[in-house]
Design a binder for this molecule. Structure first.
Ligand code: HPA
Ligand code: ZN
Length: 318
């Protein structure tokens, strides 16, 4: 099995439906509207996806639930050969952005991660764009206060249609000053203009960013500046950006000089795993072990981790 690094994984979004249903039944509630007749998460488009996602988090009530989730997610990732993963963590769902509560959730997540030694984990604290700039500020304060060995990054997910990047500048500056690596979701539901807007926040990486392909001058700028794309091909296909992986722009972006990496985003929502992503790319583009090694070297170089961890990762991908 090829060893893998993953840079773009939402912790709550990695909760299998059965895990969420199990918690619901322990709590004496039902969340039937979130699931289809096969028991998979139900959504037709991006906004419904966000609603289902937020509905599922309602049973992730305390640090103990997040500890169980972390362990389950890391064990699943490790079974696909993932040796290093960065997970988006959301103070919004971990104590409602209260800094004291956040510290308790985070301690539980970090302790659970330490119990899965096959995989090295780091956290990217994430604000949710459609919750607005004031919530983002509070989230950034949570991030800044807990920045360190485990929390190494700052990001923003959610509805790209909400506001301008500049509205979130304070939160991004706060996180940057705390020493956190910066990534932003853009160019997924928004077009190239959303990527140009996001670049004002000076990220070293972009979540998705794939719709940059619609503006080749922008693609060249990403290549020149070395901005790394966290590409999640099967997420993009499931959410209807592209009909299939063969039509996905990842190879065109790569061949024009953009640094691309591969991740799963929210695997049970999109019916994916890291194995499926690699298999789909091998099938669509004929990518070989050499291609995947190069991809993983880019991930290791772009990872929000300390130099010793990076050096160890790079040794794995000679
Ligand atoms: N995009 C935006 N927000 C998200 C995503 C995504 O892919 N996954 C979870 N929150
Ligand atoms: Zn994402």
């Amino acid at each position: 099995m090829i060893p893998k690094t993953e840079l773009h994984l939402h912790l709550e979004g990695a909760a299998p439906p059965a895990f969420i249903r199990g918690l619901a039944s322990e709590q004496g509630t039902r969340l039937d509207a979130l699931f289809d007749e096969r028991g998979d998460y139900r959504f037709e488009d991006f906004r419904q996806f966000l609603r289902t996602y937020e509905g599922a988090t309602s049973v992730l009530r305390g640090p103990e639930e997040f500890a169980r989730l972390t362990r389950a997610v890391l064990e699943e990732s490790a079974s696909h050969g993932v040796i290093y993963t960065e997970a988006f963590l959301s103070p919004d769902f971990c104590g409602g952005r209260d800094r004291g509560a956040w510290a308790e959730y985070l301690a539980a997540i970090e302790e659970a991660a330490a119990a899965v030694p096959e995989i090295e984990m780091r956290g990217i604290v994430t604000c949710i764009r459609h919750f607005g700039p004031d919530a983002a500020r509070e989230t950034a304060r949570c991030a800044a206060e807990t920045a360190g060995r485990f929390v190494t990054g700052w990001g923003m997910g959610g509805d790209e249609g909400m506001g301008k990047a500049a509205d979130f500048a304070w939160a991004f500056d706060c996180a940057r000053e705390a020493g956190l690596g910066i990534t932003v979701h853009a160019g997924e539901f928004g077009g190239p203009e959303s990527v140009r807007d996001a670049l004002a926040l000076r990220p070293s990486r972009l979540g998705h960013g794939v719709r940059s392909i619609e503006d080749l001058a922008l693609v060249d700028r990403l290549a020149e500046d070395g901005v790394v794309l966290e590409v999640c091909p099967l997420s993009n296909v499931r959410l209807g950006l592209y009909e299939d992986v063969r039509r996905h722009p990842i190879e065109r972006l790569r061949d024009r000089g953009v640094k691309v990496t591969v991740s799963t985003d929210d695997p049970p929502f999109f019916g994916t795993t890291m194995t499926r992503e690699y298999d789909a790319l091998a099938e669509a583009f004929g990518w070989t072990e050499d291609d995947f090694r190069a991809l993983n070297r880019i991930s290791a170089e772009a990872a929000f981790c300390d130099d010793a961890t990076r050096a160890k990762l790079l040794e794995t991908f000679p």
